[in-house]
Design a protein around this ligand. Sequence first.
Ligand SMILES: [Ca+2]
Length: 207
Amino acid sequence: MNATVPATLRVCVLFLAPCLCGCTYLQNRALDFTDILAVGGSTGGSIQVRARATRALTLEVGAQKDECYYGWRRRSGQWEESSYGLFLASVWSPRLGNEPFAKWSWLDVLKTSHTRTHYLSIDAKEDWRYHVFLLTHAENARWIDGFDVEVAFGALFIGLQVAIRPGELADLLAGLVTLDPAGDDKSSAAPAEGAEGKAGAAGSTER
Ligand SMILES: [Ca+2]
């Protein structure tokens, strides 16, 4: 009898959690759901093929400079990307807009992929580098994005990126019991815009 009381209490808390958290609970779950699949299309001028089996391993060939994507990724409807794959990454480093050129080092001879991405809606820049196809550097990266499985291509005038994001699926499931491992939930106590900025900062593993 006594053993059933805590269990009952846990069930009550589970079902009452949405009420206690207000309407932002459903809004956050809906946004978490949209994070599971990231899709973006572009109309730039890239020539590129990329496959990522999680963010730890990437095979990329080709190049793109300031390619502008429209879609949905990391809570942003628009992002820009510059990237070099085999064998261009050994010689050049990508830059967004008028950023200064990165300093070249002999280790870059082994660099097989280098991508810089700017998410316009949240004004966040990511920098992912790979040596011999393995991840060696992730700047402004969130651990929740590390499980992304992605394919992308650019064929002169069109480009497409599709990523399935198991980390965001885990975030959705955790969100059902009001946990937020991605750190992207909006708070019901703060204005939505301000809360999003704070949540994004809290969810970053490297800044
Ligand atoms: Ca979340």
